[in-house]
Structure formats: structure tokens, C-alpha cells
Design a protein around this ligand. Structure first.
Ligand code: SF4
Ligand code: SF4
Length: 488
């Protein structure tokens, strides 16, 4: 047995105006789950505590709650000392019990065709990755698009795609999904990461529905323009100044001994809109022993096409980029755009002839020369495509702590992804406002991030300066050089 102290969010609509926190200490067996802790509080301290459960074995989805802010199944999550337990981000009926009915009522059901149809093995295999939902609504609870639009939510889209694949169903699932907010999804991947059944909703449902919607003529005109630009110019954004590739040679040698050689994939935003940021990154790499090969014939990675469902010439784009790096004998491709990184890592063929590494991973892998510490309090915005798309969380924090004091804020989507900024600017602005509110709570003077789309969008959403992580490291090196010059 062990003793655990937890804080539970309580709310009784008959007595409380606001939710309140209550702390309990209970005795539970070693290895107890959060549900065991709730049972212990209920049975030994306060029988009025309300929470929902049924199977207690991860199969029914009824006990989903937030533990330390993250949605989990209470019956599966190991109970830890000093945790907070709160209801999902859904309307609360009492304590930890949320009202699931309105959301579940919107889920589509199979509408049988007039004549019976028997699904083939191929049909069943295609449906399989989408059919394991236990209706816990953890995904809905974390979806940023649900918060600011009328989007029915991730699992509703999962169900639309599941039915679209079912030959027995007679509904028009594509039109329904478009009506229910298909294009409001920002591709943040939060729904997939919290799903207890590991259902890959963004890739297996939303992008697939969007690609079907594209064939049916539902794609937004702005997204069609982006695809036309990629086809015509190889880039997804217009150029505003000399591009990055116009300002660098094919090989950049480091100042000191070579620790590693990588090929650099610049991406459309850093090449065409933010070339100085990419040039800053090159300086940081040179200073830290990285030899950089930059093929000038590289093009857009295809991410804007994949996320908006416009995949008719995607394979040609992928092959072109693969050939460009393979022809230089490059075995490691470096990205500094979170969107390009997740696309090259996860959407390109698994057997591509190179591995892909994000710049934060590279710099922490080989270690960096310590920069001077800047007298500034900073906060860090996790780009969704870096945190959830590539699992890169600690590395940027390790780098930032060497150059400034870091104050954490919640890892929420800024609203720039999934074609939302170009297609639904009001939604992007609403999510940007939410991001700004969290920035303000930290009291930070500077926002650091590691994705050009986030940098651009957050800069438009906050009055705080926003910088790329490598630009701040470079400032730290310049400060160090200035101090050292003054000493001599
Ligand atoms: S990827 Fe993000 S925005 Fe899209 S459905 Fe999932 S949680 Fe919502
Ligand atoms: S998709 Fe996953 S997270 Fe969403 S309701 Fe179903 S099981 Fe829960």
C-alpha cells in the first residue's frame, strides 16, 4: 500500500458558481490507477464525489478525465502523487462527469443501401484503422478547431471516413464532412496523440476526406491557388526578396573541424519569405562544426498539398526531392521547418535513401558551443508538427535554456496549420488570440519557436517579438563575441 495526495476539480451545479479544487490523501495499492484513487476518495472520504466508469479495463471509454491537463482513461493511467484530476474540456454535469450526449448524438450512422452488399476483405482492412473508437471524446476535448468553430470534431470525421469506406453505406459522407467542418482542422495532431486507441485521425480520416472532397470540387479557391503555384513554380508561397537559395552556395563549410555533414532542406517559407532566418541558422551550424550541402534544385516538400487533400502530383514532388538529395550522396537531410520535417519523415516513403533530422535534434545530438546568456525572459511555442509530428520536445528547451531564461506555457496550436490560415483566416485569428493570451500569462518578453508558419502567424497575433530558436542562439554568440572583444 502507499499514500497518494491528489487534487480533484469539484463542481456541483446546485451549490457552486465556479469549479473548485479539493485535495485528498488516500491509501491505495502499489500500481493503482487513477480510477482506484477516485474509488478510494469516494469510499473512504467523500461519497458525493461524482465520476463515471464502467468496464475498468480500457474498453468502454467512459472514465476519460484530465490528469495534469492531459486526457487519459482513469482506469488505465497509473496514479501518481501530487496529480491534478479534472473533467475533460466538455460541458460539466457534476465534478468529473461531463455531458457526452450532445457530441455523441452528432455521430453519423450507417444508412444501408436498398440491396444488401457484402464488404470485401479489402474493404474491412481499409476500415480497420478507424473502427476501434470507444467514444471517450478525449480527442474532442483537445481539438482547437472545436473550441473556436462549429466543427463537429475529430471522432465525427473519423466516423464519416469509416462510413465513406463502407460499401454498405448509402450516405454522402464527403459532403457531410465538408458541412460539418472538415476544413477547420489545423492538422495539429492533438486528437491522435491523446486517443487511447491510437487512431490516426488527421492522416487516416481528415486528409483522406479532404482528398475525396478535392475530387468533388469542395477545395477552397485559396488552396487551389496554392496547389497551382506549387505546380508552376515548385514553391507554395510567393517570393518577396532574394531567396535563401539565391544567397548561398551549394556547400557551406564550418569554421572549425567537421562534426557532421548534412543536406539542407530549406522549405518554401524560409526560402521565399524568411531567408534571413535560414541564413542565421547556417551561421549557428557553421559555428558548431556542421558541413552543409544545399541542393539548389530542391522544391516544396508537398506538405500544403497533403494537408489540403490535393495529392494528384504529390508523387512527382516527392520523387524530385528524393532524387535531388540522393544524387549528392546525402544520407542525412536537415530541416528547420517543422512542417517540412514531419512531411519528409512521415509522409515520404519509409525506404527513402536518407534519414531526416530536425535542427533542434541535430544541434543537441552534436552539442553546441555555449552562447552568452541574454538578459531576457522567453517563452517557447511548441510547433505542432515538431512536438506531435516529430516527437521533438526536450531538444529546443535544452538549447533555449543555454541562451535565456525559459518560462513554460501550454502546448496549444497557434492556428497556422492545415491550410486554416489561408483558407479560414478568422479561425486562424481566433486561435492566434488564444495563443497570445497564454503568452501574456507567462510575462515573457520574447517568444521563441522553431517553425516559419508559427513564427509568421504568432507574430501577427501578439505584440511580443517572435524569433526563431537559431536566431536567438546567434544573438547569444554575437553577445559572447562582443564581450570577448571588449576583454582583449
Ligand atoms: S488534428 Fe487537431 S485540429 Fe485536426 S481534428 Fe485533430 S485535434 Fe482537431
Ligand atoms: S477517436 Fe480515440 S480519442 Fe476520440 S473518441 Fe474515439 S477512442 Fe476516444
Amino acid at each position: 500500500m502507499k499514500e497518494l495526495t491528489v487534487t480533484v476539480q469539484r463542481f456541483d451545479p446546485d451549490k457552486d458558481k465556479e469549479p473548485r479544487s479539493q485535495t485528498y490523501t488516500v491509501k491505495v495499492n502499489d500500481g493503482a490507477r487513477v480510477l482506484n484513487v477516485l474509488h478510494a476518495i469516494h469510499d473512504t472520504i467523500d461519497p458525493t464525489l461524482s465520476y463515471r466508469y464502467s468496464c475498468a479495463s480500457g474498453q468502454c471509454g467512459s472514465c476519460a478525465v484530465l490528469v495534469n491537463g492531459e486526457p487519459v482513461l482513469a482506469c488505465m493511467e497509473e496514479a501518481k502523487d501530487n496529480s491534478t484530476i479534472a473533467p475533460l474540456n466538455l460541458p460539466v454535469k457534476k465534478d468529473l462527469v461531463t455531458d457526452l450526449v450532445p457530441r455523441l448524438a452528432t455521430m453519423a450512422h450507417l444508412v444501408p443501401k436498398g440491396t444488401p452488399v457484402v464488404p470485401t476483405k479489402e474493404d474491412i482492412d481499409a476500415i480497420k484503422p478507424l473502427r476501434d473508437c470507444i467514444e471517450c471524446l478525449a480527442c474532442v476535448s483537445v481539438c482547437p478547431a472545436v473550441d473556436v468553430t462549429q466543427f463537429l470534431g475529430p471522432t465525427a470525421m473519423r466516423q464519416e471516413m469509416r462510413l465513406a469506406l463502407d460499401p454498405r453505406d448509402s450516405g454522402d459522407r464527403i459532403a457531410d464532412a465538408v458541412r460539418d467542418g472538415l476544413f477547420t482542422c489545423t492538422s495539429c495532431q492533438a486528437c491522435w496523440k491523446v486517443c487511447p486507441k491510437d487512431i490516426e485521425i488527421p492522416g487516416k480520416a481528415i486528409e483522406k476526406l479532404r482528398s475525396q472532397a478535392n475530387k468533388r470540387g469542395f477545395t477552397f479557391p485559396r488552396h487551389l491557388e496554392v496547389a497551382a503555384m506549387v505546380k508552376e513554380t515548385g514553391r507554395s508561397v510567393t517570393r518577396e526578396k532574394p531567396t535563401f537559395l539565391e544567397q548561398v552556395g551549394e556547400v557551406i563549410e564550418p569554421y572549425g573541424p567537421v562534426k557532421a555533414t548534412v543536406g539542407f532542406f530549406v522549405g518554401c517559407m524560409y526560402n521565399n519569405r524568411l531567408p534571413q532566418t535560414a541564413l542565421d541558422a547556417m551561421e549557428v551550424l557553421k559555428r558548431n562544426g556542421i558541413r552543409i550541402i544545399i541542393p539548389h534544385d530542391q522544391i516544396c516538400c508537398g506538405s500544403p498539398l497533403i494537408r489540403t487533400g490535393q495529392i494528384s502530383f504529390l508523387d512527382e514532388i516527392k520523387q524530385k526531392n528524393i532524387d535531388v538529395f540522393q544524387s549528392r550522396g546525402i544520407d542525412t537531410v536537415l530541416t528547420m521547418c517543422a512542417g517540412c520535417g514531419t512531411t519528409l519523415k512521415n509522409d515520404y516513403p519509409k525506404d527513402k535513401p536518407f534519414t531526416v533530422i530536425d535542427i533542434n535534434e541535430l544541434l543537441t545530438k552534436y552539442g553546441i558551443e555555449p552562447p552568452a546568456k541574454l538578459p531576457v525572459k522567453v517563452t517557447y511555442h511548441d510547433p505542432c508538427h515538431l512536438l506531435r509530428g516529430q516527437g521533438v520536445r526536450e531538444q529546443p528547451r535544452q538549447l533555449i535554456r543555454q541562451v535565456a531564461d525559459l518560462v513554460e506555457m501550454p502546448s496549444i496550436c497557434c492556428g497556422s496549420g492545415g491550410g486554416v490560415k489561408s483558407g479560414l483566416p478568422e479561425e486562424a485569428a481566433a486561435l492566434g488570440k488564444r495563443r497570445d493570451a497564454e503568452i501574456k500569462k507567462t510575462g515573457a518578453e520574447l517568444v521563441i519557436t522553431s517553425c516559419p508558419f508559427c513564427e509568421f502567424h504568432i507574430a501577427a497575433s501578439t505584440d511580443k517579438p517572435v524569433r526563431n530558436i537559431t536566431t536567438v542562439l546567434l544573438e547569444g554568440y554575437r553577445e559572447k563575441d562582443t564581450k570577448s572583444a571588449l576583454k582583449h
